[in-house]
Design a binder for this molecule. Structure first.
Ligand code: NDP
Length: 517
């Protein structure tokens, strides 16, 4: 039988062995309520009972709307390569620089108690505590996402949650939305490939996913994509094993991470960047700020930056993992954003979500607090539990020597394109190629993974109305006719004869690509 770990590490140890109320009054009896006689009822003066009940009733904070089920670990980041030609961030000023980190992995759609081994993207968020403030790289285990405009985020996430009427998960909602949003095809292909069910958190890559920027000391700007490549090797679960684990060990990934770190097997990731000089943004064949696209490795090779290692589990899950609040707007001097619309939506909505979920002063909680010196004129708010800057002036400018701006930290202006366009709502589907990259991915999958991917898609798509199947199959066909063909084979239905016997099959045969029936 496993023992419960005592209070150790960074956790706050009880300051006394004497049990007290919240106000410090010693407790004489923690077993029996105050009752009118042996058989009750309980009297209203049992303040201790009411304090315990009231505290208990308020233990839960709202769970995250997305990424509710997660695992966190402390670690450190070591700079191993010189990238000062791209950024002036002090963290990267010399090889050997190191900072503390906190990483949280998660599934996306499930609730806080849901199973770890589901087919779902995984969140991969790291907070780097640096001498210039906190840098949060808040990405996923996939380099792309389902949508490219944040206006659709709430709609999309609703399809990943529960049907409003019956509170059940719904393949129809998902495929209805995806089939009407072909920009999702790339991420859908990754989701149903082997990488859709990673074997725990240690064996998957992380990606910053968005395009960010780096700015060097000369003020030159480079657009970058961040990659975190697992040094444990990619390992995925086959769907059959994942389903068994979802029943027998729903906390599989949390357990795997905890056990590995407790055994001293510290997982690590090689951190790399792809770099696109600002002058090249109009030359790239895709919109470099489109979150549904990757930058091909051949054109933008991965450049080594450093190593992230996780070596300590939280002492207290709620205080650290649950209250951790990551925010893509947390970047360092020498770093910046990009015109990626999804990134901009997240810059606004992440801190907004934290204020709702944890409170106005969430940045003061130890897990989120900066470790460097810092000061500003924000004051008050609920649960202001530091000294609130005492009697220091709470306005700026002031003549009392309060903290002041330094122009050298002003954000560097950037351009969205060399051609300046009018501000407005532009149709993001117009002239956009949603099919080549999912097709590229399909073509690089090994034979057995192609078949498993097609089977996984068929298992889900087969639960939806025919009109949705037909529309979605037309997207798979545009990515690669073989992709659609194999899904239809796996659907084991006569409802889509055009793919098996009709003109689509003829097209595949002509190209010499019709797989065996
Ligand atoms: P490349 O051949 O240069 O890159 C292929 C990349 O695909 C690999 O480096 C690997 O990314 C990833 N990959 C390999 N096997 C699988 C798999 N079974 N499932 C999912 N991803 C896999 O070609 P491109 O750069 O043109 O990319 C082709 C496709 O590969 C893309 O459309 C995208 O779907 C996928 N991909 C590309 C990435 C990129 O940054 N270029 C990153 C991840 C996926 P990794 O090394 O990061 O594991």
């Amino acid at each position: 039988m496993a023992e419960i770990k005592g209070t150790s590490g960074n956790g706050q140890k009880p300051s006394t062995q004497l049990l007290t109320t919240n106000q410090g009054r010693p407790v004489g009896d923690n077993q029996n309520s105050v009752t009118a006689g042996r058989r009750g009822p309980i009297t209203l003066d049992d303040f201790q009972l009411f304090e315990k009940m009231a505290q208990f009733n308020r233990e839960r904070i709202p769970e995250r709307v997305v990424h509710a089920k997660g695992s966190g670990a402390h670690g450190h980041f070591l700079v191993t390569q010189d990238i000062t030609k791209y950024t002036s961030a002090k963290l990267f000023s010399k090889i050997g620089n190191k900072c503390e980190t906190f990483t949280r992995f998660s599934t996306v759609g499930g609730e806080k108690g849901s199973a770890d081994t589901v087919r779902d993207p995984r969140g991969f968020a790291t907070k780097f505590y640096t001498e210039e403030g906190n840098w949060d790289l808040v990405g996923n285990n996939t380099p792309v996402f389902f949508i490219r405009d944040p206006l659709k985020f709430g709609d999309f996430i609703h399809t990943q949650k529960r049907e409003p009427g019956n509170n059940l998960k719904s393949a129809t909602m998902m495929w209805d939305f995806w089939s009407l949003s072909p920009e999702s095809l790339h991420q859908v292909t990754i989701l149903f490939s082997g990488r859709g069910i990673p074997d725990g958190h240690r064996h998957m890559n992380g990606y910053g996913s968005h395009t960010f920027s780096l700015i060097n000391a000369a003020g030159e700007l480079f657009y970058v994509k961040w990659h975190l490549k697992t040094n444990q090797g990619i390992k995925n679960l086959l769907v059959e094993a994942a389903e068994v684990l979802a029943g027998s060990d729903p906390d599989y990934s949390q357990r795997d991470l905890t056990h590995a770190i407790e055994k001293g097997e510290f997982p690590s990731w090689s951190v790399k960047i792809q770099v696109m000089p600002e002058a090249e943004i109009d030359k790239f064949k895709y919109d470099p700020f489109d979150l549904t696209k990757v930058w091909p490795h051949g054109e933008y090779p991965l450049i080594d930056v450093g190593v992230l290692t996780l070596d300590r589990m939280p002492d207290n899950y709620f205080a650290e993992t649950e209250q951790a609040a990551f925010n893509p707007s947390n970047v360092l001097p020498g770093m910046g954003y990009s015109p990626d619309k999804m990134l901009q939506g997240r810059l606004l909505s992440y801190p907004d979500a934290h204020r709702y979920r944890i409170g106005t002063n969430y940045d003061l909680l130890p897990i989120n607090a900066r470790k460097n010196a810092g000061a500003n004129y924000h004051r008050d708010g609920s649960m202001r539990f530091d000294g609130n800057y005492g009697s220091a002036p709470n306005y700026e400018p002031n003549s009392f020597g309060g903290p002041a701006q330094d122009a050298k930290y002003t954000e560097r202006p950037y351009t969205t394109s060399k051609t300046v366009e009018k501000i407005g709502r532009y149709n993001h589907r117009e002239g956009n190629d949603d099919y080549t990259q999912p097709g590229d991915l399909w073509r690089l999958l090994p034979e057995d993974e192609k078949n498993r991917t097609a089977k996984a898609i068929a298992g889900s798509l087969g639960q939806t109305p025919l009109r949705i199947q037909k529309l979605q199959l037309s997207h798979f066909k545009k990515a690669d006719p073989d992709f659609a063909y194999r899904i239809v084979k796996a659907l084991q239905t006569d409802e889509h004869p055009e793919y098996l016997h009709g003109p689509d099959a003829a097209e595949l045969t002509a190209a010499g690509r019709l797989p065996e029936k």
